[in-house]
Design a protein around this ligand. Structure first.
Ligand code: ATP
Length: 309
C-alpha cells in the first residue's frame, strides 16, 4: 500500500454501555474505503474521531502520517469534508445559497460553480430553508456542499439514506467522477451492498465495537460459493464432510441432493471430482452473505494492518 491518509493505532473509545476498540487501521490515500457493519457497530464513532468531534480515550490517530497534539491544524481541517448521519441544526434557517456563502468563507478551496452545478443536478430546492427540506433534499444539499469544498478527505456517513433511486445514481456517478479527477480519499459508511459494489476499493468491517479487518473488495467477490452435489444417503454425506472439513453448513437439501458453502472452490473441485461426487450446480455468494460469514468469524484474506510493512 502507498501513503496512508488515516492511521489508527490501538484506538479505544469507552461508551457508557459499550467499549469500541481496539481499532487498528490504515486507510490508503487515493481510494474509497467502505465502512460496513451492523447498527451500533461503531462506524459513526470512527468517522467522528477522524474529525476530532469525538476524541479517543486511548491510542493515536494519524492524518497523512502525522500526529497532532490538540486540535488539527486549520489547513488540514479545511481539506476534510463530512456528511454526518444527522445534519447539523445550525444551518436550518438558511437557504442552500446562504449556507454556501457561509461555508465558502470557512473553506478556502470552496468551488461555487461546482456547488451550483451539483445543486442543479440533484435538483435541490434552491429557495427552501434547509430545516424545512425533506430528508432526501437535505441530504442532496449536504453532498453538494461537501463536494464543493473539493476535499482531500471526504467522510460520508450513510450518504444515501433518504435518497430516491434517481438521486442515488447521481451520487454514485458524482463520487466516481470526483475520484477520477482529484487526488482524494473517501471513507463511506454504508449498509447498501450496491454502494459497496459500485464505489469501494477496500472494505472495513466493524462488528460490536470491534474492527474485524480490511480487505480488497475485488478479492471478496467470488471468494465464497454455494455448491449443490448429488449424494446418496447419510453415510456419503459423512464421507464428504470428512473429506471437506472447510465446508460450512453441509446438509441434505432433498433426498439425493446436498449443499454446502466453501471458500475458494477451485481448490477443492478436483477433490470433489475424485470422490466421485457430482456437482449439480453452484453459485457465488453475494457480498452481504460474505460479510455475514465474516462477522461470524469466517474471515476473507485480510490486508495486514500492522505497522512497518
Ligand atoms: N454519545 C454516546 N454516548 C454513549 N454511547 C454512544 C454514544 N454514541 C454512540 N454510542 C454507542 O456506541 C455504539 C456505536 O455507535 P455508532 O453510532 O458509532 O454505530 P454505527 O455503526 O454508526 O451504527 P448505525 O449503523 O446504527 O449508524 C452504539 O452501541 C451506541 O449506542
Amino acid at each position: 500500500m502507498g501513503q496512508q491518509a488515516i492511521e489508527l493505532r490501538d484506538v479505544w473509545k469507552k461508551r457508557r454501555n459499550k467499549t469500541i476498540g481496539p481499532m487498528n487501521l490504515r486507510l490508503p490515500q487515493g481510494y474509497i474505503t467502505a465502512l460496513v457493519g451492523q447498527n451500533g457497530a461503531g462506524k459513526s464513532t470512527l468517522l467522528n474521531m477522524l474529525l476530532q468531534l469525538i476524541l479517543p480515550d486511548e491510542g493515536e490517530i494519524r492524518w497523512y502520517e502525522e500526529t497532532y497534539r490538540g486540535v488539527l491544524p486549520m489547513e488540514l481541517r479545511q481539506s476534510i469534508a463530512y456528511v454526518p448521519e444527522m445534519p447539523q441544526p445550525e444551518e436550518n434557517f438558511w437557504t442552500p445559497g446562504e449556507a454556501a456563502a457561509f461555508r465558502s468563507h470557512w473553506y478556502p478551496s470552496w468551488d461555487q460553480s461546482y456547488f451550483e452545478e451539483l445543486v442543479r443536478k440533484f435538483e435541490v430546492p434552491e429557495n427552501a430553508r434547509l430545516g424545512k427540506m425533506s430528508k432526501g433534499e437535505r441530504r442532496k444539499f449536504e453532498l453538494a456542499a461537501a463536494l464543493a469544498v473539493k476535499p482531500r478527505l471526504l467522510l460520508l456517513d450513510e450518504p444515501s439514506s433518504g435518497l430516491d433511486p434517481f438521486a442515488w445514481k447521481i451520487m454514485i456517478e458524482t463520487l466516481q467522477r470526483y475520484m477520477d479527477e482529484h487526488e482524494a480519499t473517501i471513507v463511506i459508511s454504508t449498509h447498501i451492498v450496491e454502494e459497496v459494489r459500485r464505489l469501494a476499493d477496500y472494505i472495513v468491517l466493524m462488528h460490536q465495537g470491534q474492527l474485524l479487518g480490511m480487505t480488497e473488495k475485488d478479492s471478496l467477490f467470488g471468494s465464497w460459493s454455494e455448491i449443490w452435489v448429488q449424494i446418496e444417503g447419510e453415510q456419503a454425506l459423512q464421507e464428504l464432510a470428512a473429506e471437506l472439513p472447510q465446508a460450512l453448513e453441509l446438509k441434505l437439501e432433498t433426498p439425493g441432493v446436498a449443499s454446502f458453502l466453501t471458500q475458494q472452490i477451485y481448490l477443492y473441485e478436483k477433490r470433489i471430482h475424485d470422490l466421485g461426487v457430482k456437482v449439480l450446480k453452484s453459485r457465488s455468494l453475494e457480498l452481504d452473505e460474505i460479510l455475514s460469514l465474516w462477522t461470524r468469524g469466517h474471515r476473507p484474506v485480510l490486508i495486514d494492518q500492522k505497522r512497518g510493512e
